[in-house]
Write a protein that binds this ligand. Structure first.
Ligand code: GRG
Length: 298
């Protein structure tokens, strides 16, 4: 099956699961306005790449899609929350996300903040649920790993470094090492988690887990460079969000220039593919994901 078809199929599974979870939240007493905003944030858009990575990495270690779906949905909840908060006026101040008005535009700022908070906490409720894995030790590891990836030394920390540079003008001249650290935290940590989550769920041997961690690390870095190139070269209608927003921001494109950034992207793709060498054809979906990330136009 073509990669795009595989991605679409997994996106449909994730969409249906998220829709059900939000219905459950409403049934459990969550206010209508909050659930509507969560639905706006989480349903009807997005490539669903992170949950796809969870599903295919889990399959590599013998875990079928229905068993990995709660963990995949949990990660997408964290990703959606991060987009809602990133779009807020005090952060990136965006009007368009996934081709739709951002949550604070469709609702208002306080509702968007709460919808993000509720998606974040829903993720951990899901991971702690026995439906995610029968072994509590595995669930605890998933919780701890996602919390680290999303937290102060991960995505939130990376966002802080990014905003600091943008809003306070710090550091004076971002260098390559600073940009790579920021991006590894802001974007790489969650993508890295997506790749390792399947290994945790499938109780992979350390070597298998390390290979997936290496793949995820290179994929996360490649994803961010591709995103930065799309900001410079992409078209807002195709990308589904405003472009040309990164001028003056700390990105590898601004530090290295377009050509060198593209070369780095190609090198990262090769490293991501090499990390999968220990695996046979069963890792082909991950290989295709690396090619997709490097060549994506949205
Ligand atoms: C607010 C704590 C907090 C963190 C925000 C995710 C993030 C950190 C910022 C988003 C800004 C941004 C454009 C980052 C670059 C990489 C990225 C996360 C792009 C969006 O991810 P995609 O392309 O989006 O996977 P879809 O819509 O397909 O899910």
């Amino acid at each position: 099956m073509e990669f795009s078809q595989q991605l679409e199929r997994s996106a449909r599974l994730v969409e249906a699961r998220l829709a059900r979870l939000l219905d459950d939240a409403a049934a459990a007493g969550a206010p209508q306005r909050l659930v509507d905003a969560m639905r706006h944030a989480a349903l009807g858009g997005g490539k669903r790449l992170r949950p796809f990575l969870v599903l295919v990495s889990a399959r590599l270690f013998g875990v079928q899609a229905d068993a990995a779906l709660p963990a995949a949905a949990a990660l997408e909840c964290v990703h959606c929350y991060s987009l809602v908060h990133d779009d807020l006026p005090s952060m990136d101040n965006d009007d368009l996300r996934r081709g739709k008005p951002t949550v604070h535009k469709a609702f208002d700022e306080w509702t968007a903040i709460l919808a993000g908070d509720a998606l974040l906490t829903l993720a951990f409720e899901l991971l702690a649920d026995p439906a995610t894995h029968p072994d509590p030790a595995v669930r605890a590891e998933m919780v701890a790993h996602l919390a680290r990836a999303a937290g102060a030394a991960g995505m939130v920390g990376g966002q802080c470094l990014d905003l600091e540079a943008d809003k306070l003008g710090l550091p004076p001249a971002p260098d390559r090492a600073h940009v790579q650290r920021l991006q590894a935290m802001k974007t790489g940590a969650l993508i890295g988690y997506a790749c390792v989550a399947g290994a945790i769920l499938g109780r992979a041997e350390p070597a298998g887990r390390q290979a997936l961690a290496r793949y995820g690390d290179r994929l996360g870095a490649a994803f961010q460079i591709a995103d930065d190139l799309l900001d410079v070269e992409g078209d807002a209608a195709a990308v589904g969000k405003a472009t040309r927003k990164d001028a003056g921001k700390a990105t590898l494109v601004s530090v290295l220039g377009v050509d060198a950034a593209r070369q780095r992207l190609v090198a990262l793709e090769a490293e991501a593919l090499a990390a999968l060498d220990p695996f046979g054809v069963e890792a082909d979906a991950l290989r295709a994901a690396a090619r997709f990330v490097v060549r994506r136009r949205s």
